[in-house]
Design a protein around this ligand. Sequence first.
Ligand code: UDP
Length: 195
Amino acid sequence: QAYVEIKGIPFVKINNQQLLHDHLYPGIEAKKKLFVVTANPEIVMAAEEDEDYKQILQKADYVIADGIGVVLGSKLIRQPLPERIAGYDLMYQLLEKANHDGLRCYFLGAKQDVLNKAMANIKIKFPNLVIAGSHHGYFDINDASVAQDVKKTDPDLVFVGLGFPNQEKWIHEHSNQFSQGLFMGVGGSFDGLAG
Ligand code: UDP
């Protein structure tokens, strides 16, 4: 897989369809453990100021260019990334895959009422996916009990909407307990799904 490094962050040089069909879908089907980061310019800037966060992003399986600013940055250094892949769109595509295959999804993050509304809409739009579990996003990210709850539900996909950098820090801190599952930080996407 080819990468374009921007401010020390390795972005995968890939378009949306290749990412899904050549990487994420086969990875999910093979029950691999995957860590996906959708990085916008704010995230790249935060990583410049926070070495721990930068190292976490460097260890992710896929860092995706979420934001036209990242794509423009890649053009300036003459290593153009093919396109922007918005985090919300990628989450939506994975929910469609989960609906198609009856996958188990865990939703972690946002305020409880927002999360409830988002899950009610998910049940309507994606009736065949399994909501394995959920937890609101207002807890101490070092608290291992939330990760244990996630683990008990044996999810295929774990969507973590705590905002950056905490969502990636939570995934990095706790995903070592898991042997499988696609983990992805989704920022404010639950607010979007709640409508
Ligand atoms: N959030 C959370 N716990 C916190 C802080 C934020 O669950 O301690 C949630 C918040 O409710 C919102 C999301 O994280 O759903 C952050 O959204 P925002 O749009 O601020 O983040 P971004 O998309 O820029 O990462």
